[in-house]
Design a protein around this ligand. Structure first.
Ligand code: GDP
Ligand code: MN
Length: 385
């Protein structure tokens, strides 16, 4: 899970990291007010869940509150790497003498956390890593031994941190390591950590990614979750807890129970479709086929304007087909099925299941071949009118 910079800054503050004052705004007027409260020069920054905001025009300095309003207006109109900017952060600007990079992430090959630091931080850190890897220092942390100040200092000095910066950066890294362990982070990054003209060290960017598998231990973090999806239908599907992927250029909604079954169904529609029927999405409802989940699934798939027909493929194993059929009838109550729907229902009690669906708008068949042929028939009819 990713969080915004302004949220990461709040966490940084709890761990005593030197973070300039800031506030979040959704309108230029709010940004102006925050700038007035902070006073002096501020920096206005797009809050989107991707890096490279500076290069995309999403980070701008402002000299006074009116200027901050203007810059916020410009930034709020941007779309950065497909993400519309909905919020900006307004922070006290610092006078930068030099930019550094520090971060901690998990090295999965070594099964250890790794501390990474460079005296050549800032927006071009990728280039530094590629062209001058000797400017990047690393230490791997033995979890039993922990991370000790002398280890960090040795690495920082080795890679070129100056004596006035290294001890402060070392202290910050120790707190970042504590944060990483406390909150099950997969990445914590400060790029840039800066030395200011008046000799202070400050963290002016903040990035934290959490390991999703550890989130259950931190219920307070779930509130920070925001959608990372750019497609509005995918966003809605994921908000409803569905495993859904939208595909470009398709016209047949695909729903099934089990990822393998759904993929096989997509292949079959593509094969039988001969170019006139192609999968519009992947949607796995998992085991069971509960009415509520089927209903959510149908609503999501129907909300895609490209979908002209739907194929549901359910194999009734532990959940018997008659139960699945009852669930389906319950699910379609109150839904307007704007497009024809065929369902391949097979497995335990399949005949009973299909009998239950007789006379309903769901066209039940016993094999995937038949279901695919139905879809192709509908599409052919449609394209010939
Ligand atoms: P990113 O491009 O998404 O990583 O956004 P950053 O927060 O790292 O900002 C990009 C760049 O903007 C930084 O590397 C700095 O050079 C510059 N910048 C950010 N905040 C300030 C500030 O307070 N003062 C000055 N002078 N520059 C800043
Ligand atoms: Mn940055």
């Amino acid at each position: 899970m990713k969080i915004h910079e302004h949220q990461a800054r709040e966490i940084f503050k709890k761990y005593r990291l030197p973070v300039p004052d800031s506030g979040v705004a959704t309108t230029p007027e709010e940004a102006e007010k925050i700038a007035a409260d902070i006073g002096g020069q501020v920096v206005v920054k797009a809050q989107v869940l991707v890096g490279g905001r500076g290069k995309a025009g999403g980070v701008k300095l402002a000299d006074n509150p009116a200027d901050a309003r203007k810059k916020a207006e410009q930034i709020l109109a941007l779309t950065i790497k497909g993400l519309p900017v909905e919020k900006v952060m307004v922070a006290k600007a610092v006078d930068i003498e030099k930019e550094y990079y520090i971060g901690i992430t998990l090295d999965r090959d070594r099964k250890q956390h790794v501390v990474i630091a460079s005296p050549a931080g800032g927006v071009d850190i990728e280039k530094v890593a590629e062209e001058t890897p000797e400017k990047i220092g690393k230490i791997w942390i033995d979890p039993a031994f922990g991370l000790h100040p002398y280890q960090i200092r040795k690495m920082l000095f080795g890679v070129g941190f100056e004596p006035n910066v290294a001890p402060k950066a070392a202290g910050i890294l120790q707190n970042l390591y504590k944060l990483t362990l406390d909150l099950d982070c997969s990445l914590v990054e400060v790029n840039p950590l800066v030395l200011t003209k008046d000799g202070k060290v400050a963290a002016i960017d903040a990035k934290i990614n959490f390991d999703d598998n550890g989130l259950f231990r931190h219920p307070e973090l779930k509130e920070m979750k925001e959608s990372e999806d750019t497609d509005p239908i995918e966003r809605e599907a994921h908000a409803r807890g569905l495993t859904y992927v939208r595909l470009d250029g398709g016209n047949v909604g695909i729903i099934g129970n089990g990822a393998g079954l759904v993929m096989a169904t997509m292949d079959e529609v593509k094969r039988a479709g001969r170019g006139i029927a192609t999968p519009a999405n992947f949607l796995d409802i998992g085991g069971g086929a509960r009415a509520e989940v089927v209903k959510d699934s149908l609503e999501v798939v129907l909300s895609d304007p490209n979908v002209e027909a739907i194929l549901i493929n359910v194999f009734g194993g532990i959940t018997r087909c008659d139960e699945v059929a009852k669930g389906l009838l319950e699910a379609i109550e109150g839904i307007e099925l704007k497009v024809p729907v065929t369902i391949r229902l097979s497995g335990t009690n399949e005949k009973e299941g299909r009998d239950i669906l007789q006379g309903s708008p769901l066209d039940a068949v016993g094999s995937l071949d038949e279901a695919a042929e139905k879809i192709v028939g509908w599409m052919t009819e449609k394209s010939s009118v």
